[in-house]
Design a protein around this ligand. Structure first.
Ligand SMILES: C[S@@+](CC[C@H](N)C(=O)[O-])C[C@H]1O[C@@H](n2cnc3c(N)ncnc32)[C@H](O)[C@@H]1O
Length: 277
């Protein structure tokens, strides 16, 4: 997951029912790829193979088949190793992009185009300030170069303190125009947003740190943070098949089918997807 290559996938999720104008279009998209292999195997970056996700999560994070913690220590270790990895990385754009800082400009162009499409189709209300949440915000790269160009207020949530301090040093002093407001030093598996605050909750290149169980719990819990008509946007690298466990930063890169299966379980409506090759 560290190698933030240009390959990646966007998904916009909202709470709409699959009925009416928007729903019809989306139902088509979702139905196109419903042939899910419900528990495809995968591998890790050292070549180890796993027969199933269940086996992988049990071995890596001590979760049972239903995603409940069977070995709390192991799960704690999974998260501790992930954060420790990033604690050893320089607080810079190049650092959070795993040495691929040159990806930034293209990333911003793609994200701008994706957001423009969503806002064109579903214009946000003009009666209140537009507010976004940047999840796994790192040094505030996405907030600074993209979100602050479109939202009046942006909050950042990031577990690695020196990253968040860098973001605060760069963005915390802005008092006029669009600004970064709250800097939460918390991992997503422990974060619950303020109810009804956000037009968009943007999750980019960080969800691989969460186990399936915590991924689902995060989306279910964080839905309270959306305004009516608000969206989650998830932008992640995707594995060709199944999943790949990164033993260095302790994360998992999931396939498109894997993500879709998880989205189904969240009960969200998958509004739009785009794959960048
Ligand atoms: C590849 S960097 C991406 C940073 C930022 N989203 C960007 O695109 O510039 C991954 C980020 O995920 C953060 N992270 C690690 N574990 C996390 C967790 N459990 N919850 C939220 N973020 C996490 C890391 O600290 C790091 O900032």
């Amino acid at each position: 997951m560290r190698a933030c290559s240009l390959g990646g996938s966007f998904c916009a999720l909202d709470l709409r029912l699959r009925t009416g104008r928007v729903g019809e279009a989306v139902a088509v998209r979702v139905n196109c790829s419903v042939s899910l292999e419900m528990d495809e195997g995968g591998l890790d970056t050292e070549g180890k193979m796993y027969a199933s996700r269940k086996q992988m999560w049990e071995e890596e994070a001590g979760e049972d088949a239903a995603g409940n913690p069977k070995n709390a220590l192991k799960k704690q270790e999974w998260y501790h190793k992930g954060v420790s990895y990033w604690e050893g990385v320089e607080a810079s754009v190049d650092g959070v992009l795993g040495g691929y800082g040159n990806v930034n400009d293209r990333d911003v162009i793609d994200s701008t185009a994706f957001l423009a499409e969503i806002f064109k189709e579903c214009p946000p209300s003009k009666s209140s300030s537009l507010v976004a949440l940047d999840c796994g915000a790192g040094v505030g790269r996405v907030t600074k170069n993209f979100l602050l160009h479109h939202f009046h207020e942006v909050d950042l949530v990031e577990p690695v303190r020196h990253f968040l301090e860098k973001a605060h040093a760069d963005l915390g002093g802005i008092t006029e125009g669009n600004r970064a407001v709250n800097f939460f030093c918390t991992p997503l598996q422990e974060f619950t947003p303020e109810a009804g605050r956000y037009d968009v909750i943007w999750v980019q290149w960080c969800i691989g740190h969460l186990t399936d169980h915590d991924f689902l719990e995060f989306f279910k819990r964080a839905r309270v943070g959306l305004k009516p008509g608000g969206f989650f946007v998830l932008k992640e690298n995707i594995a060709k098949n199944g999943f790949v466990v990164d033993k260095e930063d302790t994360s998992v890169t999931r396939s498109d089918a894997y993500f879709r299966d998880l989205f189904k379980q969240t009960g969200f409506h998958l509004y739009k997807t785009k794959v960048r090759t």
